[in-house]
Design a protein. Sequence first.
Length: 303
Amino acid sequence: MSDSFADIDKGQLRFVIWAPRYNENSGGAIALHALCNRMNELGYQAKIWSAHKFIPKTLSGLGQLIWQRWHLGYGYGPFPVRKARWAEIRNSIIVYPEVAIGNPVDAERIVRWLLYRPTDRQLSSFDLSSEMLAYYMPSFADTLPDGTMSHHLRIQHFNGEYYDAGHERTENCFVVHKGADRVLDRHPADCVSVDKLSHAEKAMIYRRSKRLYSYDLYSMNNIYAAVCGCIPVIVPVEGVSVEEWMPEEHRRYGLAYGEENIEWAIATRDRLLQRLADAEAEENRMIHEFVTNCCLHFGITNQ
């Protein structure tokens, strides 16, 4: 990282993060709210703009009522309320997740943070000539056009419900989440589904389960299960190798990509726990680097 902007005046930089309401079962929502909170902890100015603030004109009367009710229930989860005002949009750097189509707030300086692989429709709505791109995991940037510059930015908010209590393990469980388009036939018939459960309920099941069969290749549930002592078995995608699934070896610690890698998951679980313990310092470094890259990309100086 260039240190040209190491002494940038943090008071002159403003970030607005376009986010849905906090949802403890949505990794994307958690990441967006956690980014806002961590940036403020590091001395940067960041606020949240509700992704549901404007009611689409195309919605029916009932649809508008549902949309309004959703917005009225907007929450910030465990984080302080930092609500952006419309007047702050113009002079701020706007961070959109990949699910935001186009430019909903008509921002001038845009960062697209890829929290998952963008669909063709999402990707076609980006302005790659002017926007800066960041990705949560390197594989999420695989579909970007060749030569597209992007930057690594990963923030985790670990839920304290998850820990290993040393319970006897008598069952197995499975999670689908973002793997809903896959054939769901690789888990034993007596597995318990955890998809619609709260964190407390999932943690209780993980603590008494031998294995979690996961159809979601990148779900935080995989990590949570490993922390609870349950072996996460990620159901492989045909034709995709373990290295193609997760190129960084340290990101595979504690995880079994297919049942043939269960021994690897068991042998590397301690390394996963250590990686999680060390994660905050690495994530803080990523945020400082992210801000520096924003300054470089948008031509922001200390003048």
